[in-house]
Ligand binder design. Sequence first.
Ligand code: PLP
Length: 404
Amino acid sequence: MLDLKQIRKQFPILSRKVNGHDLVYFDNGATTQKPDSVIAAESNYYQNENSNVHRGVHFLSGLATDKFEETRITIQNFINAKHSHEIIFTKGTTDSINIVASGYRSLLNKGDEIIISELEHHSNIVPWQMCCEQSGATLKVIPLLDNGTLDMAEFGNLLSKNTKLVSIAHISNTLGTINPIEKIIEKAKAVGAKVLIDGAQAASHISINMQSLDADFYCFSAHKLYGPTGVGILYGKEDVLNELPAYQGGGEMIKEVSFKKTTYAGLPHKFEAGTPNIAGVVAFKAAINFITGLGINNIAKHEEELLKYATEEVLKIEGLRIYGTAKNKSAIISFNINELHPYDIGMIVDKMGIAVRTGHHCTQPIMDKFNIPGTARISLAVYNTKDEIDICIKAIKKAKIMLS
Ligand code: PLP
């Protein structure tokens, strides 16, 4: 059992008021709040440890490098990667996907195919469209079923020997669907395709194990995982990363530079050009420690209970429809009420101190599928409570009355 009071105490922002009310923060899919330990790690880095990494012989440079590399090991353990050099620090999930998609521009040719799905975040759509434009490859899309799950039969039909890469979200940020990625990876591997899993919505909610999963690439952002913004990781299997062309050129990613020929550094530095977000990486470790301290399975259980309770309660509101009703679902509830505009609902509950997200959630193809302009979205995290759900439901009911 998690001690919710104790957990909430670690998040200073949760005790602030918004519009005269206690804050109810239900926009965790966009970004989570940060515990004291993460804020302290970032601040302590600048107060006591700041220097550039990998470059100096002096004390502080060594210290900063050690701290930076400690996070890599922490993440390696967190996702059970085989090697620490399979963890590349990036700006976040979007950056991670772009590194791979950019590399594939020169690995693919006309006739090759990439498969994504209809439920992807724009950051797992647009980089592949750009990759296809430049390589001549074709983008194929697994359609969504009405309950917000992927049409796996159609996925089977799309796969062929031409499929070079399959890139799929572990969890949909709009529908909450937990995709059957084990099955997807198995099927993709059967035709020789590589697989990228966008774990932006998964890493803080469910356990991830790279060695049992067998994905070629996996990525997530620290800021959706109680960590700082502007930092994330790209995991890649050693041999796959070695085959992937370098992304950005510059300092840190080279072995030797001359005007005749430049050679590149090995992993992970080949993909880490320039001075990274060192403070962010250092604080990323504190975020992972926060999660492992609570236990990812305890977090998952708590969020599952919240999801069940919130789903039952919102469905009592007449005219409310939930988009995404998969059996295997994360704590995300996207909804609309009759013809009411989700933006208006979001504005009214905000006046009562409640943060929910409204709009297309960077998933316009999902909106097209359901023929709606947007939804209101509740996305929960470990510090949320049933009491907060009650407050939110009351506010939504009030909004419905005011707008009807
Ligand atoms: N993929 C999914 C499923 C997401 O939910 C998000 C962010 O909402 C992203 C990718 C992009 O993450 P970031 O903005 O941190 O790069």
